[in-house]
Ligand binder design. Structure first.
Ligand code: SF4
Ligand SMILES: [Zn+2]
Length: 245
């Protein structure tokens, strides 16, 4: 079951940028950031910081889907634009992979990704299409980011993470209008956050029904849906044969 090894939508994660200042109480990344083989104190503290040395060792493989910097937010306001552009330049040097970028700062991402890597050359996106940009929708405060996805050039693949989804379902019609305009190519849904395989304790039949309805609505607007394992076996089974984007 599931199309990909990491979280069912990526082949693996890679974290040359760690940390986020947003402080969501459901954040799994904050809990996991310091548990790596070579944990640093800044990782343990979930401080916004960079591990550029990891890029040198990163081996890109053709077509591999990389969840980039999911241990935080690459576009966090606490990270200097110059550091973000350095990461973008590294992506440009390793163009074999497809990079998935998920952020709560979509407009900043759009601005910086349009900048020429390392301050020269053509604008980034037209030159380099293998980026998928996404954001989370976990409450009304996220609508502005979803709306910003709708401003992307049509060629840019965009996704929405409905995770954790238990507090936002069912989604009100005024939010649906924004989601439809964002035209997400794909989405993932889960009542629990992160790559955990466990079922959410608060999981209830009502939630199953609401998640199923969310999935169908998304499919109706042409969005591929990945159900996290935490959605339960029946919904998870629907991932079979789904290719993203
Ligand atoms: S935005 Fe994401 S990475 Fe940042 S605190 Fe919230 S859940 Fe964690
Ligand atoms: Zn660190």
């Amino acid at each position: 079951m599931g199309r990909y090894a990491w979280n069912d939508f990526a082949d693996r994660s890679f974290n040359p940028a760690v940390g986020c200042s947003r402080g969501c109480d459901y954040c799994w990344a904050r809990r996991f950031a310091g548990r790596g083989m070579h944990p640093c104190l800044d990782c343990k503290a979930f401080k916004v910081h960079d591990h550029f040395e990891r890029w040198a060792k990163f081996r890109a493989k053709a077509g591999e889907r990389i969840a980039l910097a999911f241990m935080g937010d690459l576009f966090d306001p606490g990270r200097k634009s110059s550091a973000i552009c350095d990461h973008i330049a590294w992506m440009d040097r390793k163009p074999e992979s497809v990079y998935l970028l998920q952020t709560r700062h979509v407009r900043r991402a759009m601005k910086l990704l349009s900048m020429p890597p390392a301050g020269e050359g053509a604008p980034f996106w037209p030159k380099y299409p293998k980026i998928e940009l996404g954001t989370s929708f976990c409450g009304p405060e996220d609508i502005a980011n979803v709306r910003a996805l709708g401003e992307l050039p049509p060629t840019v693949v965009r996704f929405v993470a409905f995770e954790p989804c238990d507090s936002i379902l069912p989604i009100p019609e005024k939010s649906w209008r924004v989601i439809r305009e964002a035209k997400p190519n794909w989405a993932y849904i889960g009542p629990t956050t992160g790559p955990q395989r466990n079922r959410c304790e608060s999981f209830a039949e009502l939630l199953v029904r609401d998640i199923a309805e969310l999935g169908l609505e998304l499919e109706n607007i042409g969005c591929k849906v990945i159900y996290k394992r935490s959605c339960g076996p029946d919904l998870y089974a629907r991932n079979e044969g789904v290719t993203i984007p």
